[in-house]
Design a protein around this ligand. Sequence first.
Ligand SMILES: *[C@@H]1O[C@H](CO)[C@@H](O)[C@H](O)[C@H]1NC(C)=O
Ligand SMILES: *[C@@H]1O[C@H](CO)[C@@H](O)[C@H](O)[C@H]1NC(C)=O
Ligand SMILES: *[C@@H]1O[C@H](CO)[C@@H](O)[C@H](O)[C@H]1NC(C)=O
Ligand SMILES: *[C@@H]1O[C@H](CO)[C@@H](O)[C@H](O)[C@H]1NC(C)=O
Ligand SMILES: *[C@@H]1O[C@H](CO)[C@@H](O)[C@H](O)[C@H]1NC(C)=O
Ligand SMILES: *[C@@H]1O[C@H](CO)[C@@H](O)[C@H](O)[C@H]1NC(C)=O
Length: 347
Amino acid sequence: MGFFSSKMPKQDSSFCLLALDCDTLIIKPPKKSPLFSRTIALWFAMMCGVYIYGTCLKHVGTFTKLRGECASNPVRFFAILSMQRSGSGWFETLLNSHINVSSNGEIFSVIDRRKNVSTIMQTLEKVYNLDWFTSASKNECSAAIGFKWMLNQGLIEHHREIVEYFNRRDVSAIFLFRRNLLRRMVSVLANSYDRYAKLLNGTHKSHVHSEQEAAALSSYKPIINSKSLISDLKEAEMAVVRALEYFNSTRHMVLYYEDLVTNRTVRLVTNFHGMFIVFLDCFALRGSCRIEKLKDVQEFLGLPLMELTSGQVKIHKGPLSNLVNNWDDVDKTLNGTKYERFLHADY
Ligand SMILES: *[C@@H]1O[C@H](CO)[C@@H](O)[C@H](O)[C@H]1NC(C)=O
Ligand SMILES: *[C@@H]1O[C@H](CO)[C@@H](O)[C@H](O)[C@H]1NC(C)=O
Ligand SMILES: *[C@@H]1O[C@H](CO)[C@@H](O)[C@H](O)[C@H]1NC(C)=O
Ligand SMILES: *[C@@H]1O[C@H](CO)[C@@H](O)[C@H](O)[C@H]1NC(C)=O
Ligand SMILES: *[C@@H]1O[C@H](CO)[C@@H](O)[C@H](O)[C@H]1NC(C)=O
Ligand SMILES: *[C@@H]1O[C@H](CO)[C@@H](O)[C@H](O)[C@H]1NC(C)=O
């Protein structure tokens, strides 16, 4: 199946408009139509000029400098702010597939690092002074450096100091939330069960890379506490609202997991028989589709546009009624409430 192969061009120069360094992009016009390609090249040149003038200059002052051969390349600091089981693990693998991104994982999952404001600040300084080394750290050519941070890992508790730090050091926040909080709850319960049950041959896994593993993990159907369900959903909803309020003064963008999964590309593929239109589900077909929303993220981080890939596989698929043990209770509890929409949504 040629259209899923890795022969797809990785760097798409047609996104020149969104790239930071337009003049470093090499535009290779197709051989077929010189007039067409000359027009396109001229258009790009014009748009790049406009772009550099309009946007690049505006941000130049906000970047810090890196050393080495990329000394003159700007570096953007970011943090992915999210909640557990909202797709941030998947999202981070996608980001890290970019040659110029180093996202260093969930560094505040270690309690000592979030003990108090001073340990948090020390940890942040280490990351943003480029002193943090993990498997995700790339090289001196990283153009965006960050990590992911869960709301309940000291982020909300110490929001005042953290917002001040973000604004002072120019850290951009990427919020990643899940709209369907009921599906998130199923994932949280199943994940916390697996911590003890270790369904995958005695190993606890929060993210998987094959359909078999996904099926094994989703075979467990959690029981949802229907008595506290409404207040639990409300609490999760409020956590999101609060986070957005507190961090409103930072440079930020908000992403929803559902949009990442469903906002896929319609790709035109040519082969010997003609033109095909391929619809792809971005999570199911690993690493083989372009998620339109990721263009926004790369633009936000000032990165050259690339196609991003992840090897992760979605664990809970299909209707929620198949994934929850006491579905009738849950259905009755939410029927007629503002959370009713969670019952029927696919993602
Ligand atoms: C923060 O925690 C560290 C490590 O436990 C400790 O050494 C330090 O005194 C604490 N700082 C404050 C301000 O509480
Ligand atoms: C991205 O990384 C490549 C390879 O290390 C490097 O040549 C390029 O200059 C980097 N781009 C940016 C914008 O830092
Ligand atoms: C568990 O281990 C067996 C034997 O090593 C292997 O065949 C099977 O695929 C594993 N199952 C999972 C879910 O990893
Ligand atoms: C953030 O601030 C802007 C402008 O002050 C305001 O319009 C917006 O409603 C605020 N958003 C939140 C979530 O507080
Ligand atoms: C998909 O994402 C792109 C980029 O953010 C946006 O312009 C477009 O409107 C989105 N499409 C849908 C159907 O949401
Ligand atoms: C949901 O509520 C509607 C009326 O509001 C009712 O007709 C329907 O039977 C209810 N469904 C369930 C599963 O209770």
